[in-house]
Design a binder for this molecule. Structure first.
Ligand code: SAH
Length: 249
């Protein structure tokens, strides 16, 4: 199935073998892609299930389809990787969310740490979270995945530390760490299935934040001798963690 024929729909809009597609997705199917009755599409419920479906009718803003079959997507990863990212400036998080979603991460936790420069007005938070969720959804649709990463936030650093223990291992990317790299930290926790990676903002994490993450069980790792920008650090480290833990790269 070509990737442009894959669409996420709300599982509530699937009733037995009938699916109803509405809103922007319906317009995309009929107006942009000009698909019609008799064409086959792929519907994703966002939980990892793919349904192949036959379009049975279209109208201005609705597409009705009959489900032909369902299967669990084989492009999902075994590792549950959570990226806890301190809010970077401007639209850098858009890039991070797009790229890490393509790589196959499971969850984002957006964090407001001490040195976060970005000012996020309370009223805009919901809007930005919705935007990042949409970017994640489009990235997964486009690359053939079937599970949309969660986007949670915005948490304070201390609230983040309470999330650390929920993972088999949590790593803090810390430029002051000189000896433990990703490989070493992951090898010391062989068999870890759920990993959290914490990346600081442009100004870095404070020592006390790093200490509190360590006391909650996190391990500091270096990403090499160069100081990377937060977005490079996040994307490169996610790719490296998945390389280490998923056999297929
Ligand atoms: N404090 C630094 C820059 C922070 S870079 C300064 O102002 O000079 C932003 C984030 O990327 C850091 O908080 C860290 O999480 C991650 N990072 C960048 N380069 C890194 C490296 N070489 N090793 C580990 N983490 C790194």
């Amino acid at each position: 199935m070509p990737n442009h024929r894959r669409f996420f729909i709300d599982p509530n809009n699937i009733d037995g073998s009938d699916a109803l597609i509405t809103g922007e997705t319906a317009r995309q199917i009929t107006k942009v892609l000009r698909l019609k009755e008799g064409d086959v599409i792929c519907l994703l419920d966002g939980l990892g299930n793919e349904h192949s479906a036959l379009i049975t009718s279209t109208s201005k803003d609705h597409v009705a389809a009959r489900i032909l079959g369902a299967n669990t997507c084989s492009r999902e990863l075994e590792t549950e990787l959570t990226l806890a990212i301190c809010l970077p400036k401007s639209d850098k998080l858009d890039l991070i969310v797009q790229k890490c979603s393509e790589l196959g991460i499971s969850r984002y936790v957006i964090v407001n740490s001490e040195r976060v420069i970005a000012k996020l007005d309370e009223t805009k938070v919901a809007e930005r979270l919705a935007r990042w969720r949409k970017i994640a959804c489009e990235a997964v649709e486009q690359c053939g995945g079937a599970r949309v990463p969660e986007v949670n936030g915005i948490l304070s650093f201390s609230a983040l530390t309470t999330e650390i223990a929920k993972n088999d291992i949590a790593l803090v990317a810390w430029e002051e760490e000189k000896s433990v790299g990703l490989k070493k930290a992951l090898n010391a926790n062989a068999g870890a299935k759920s990993v959290m990676l914490i990346v600081g903002p442009e100004g870095g994490l404070t020592e006390s934040e790093v200490e509190s993450a360590k006391s909650a069980g996190a391990v500091c790792v270096t990403l090499g001798r160069r100081i990377l920008r937060a977005e490079t650090a996040a994307i490169a480290a996610c790719a490296a963690i998945l390389y280490e833990l998923e056999g297929e790269l």
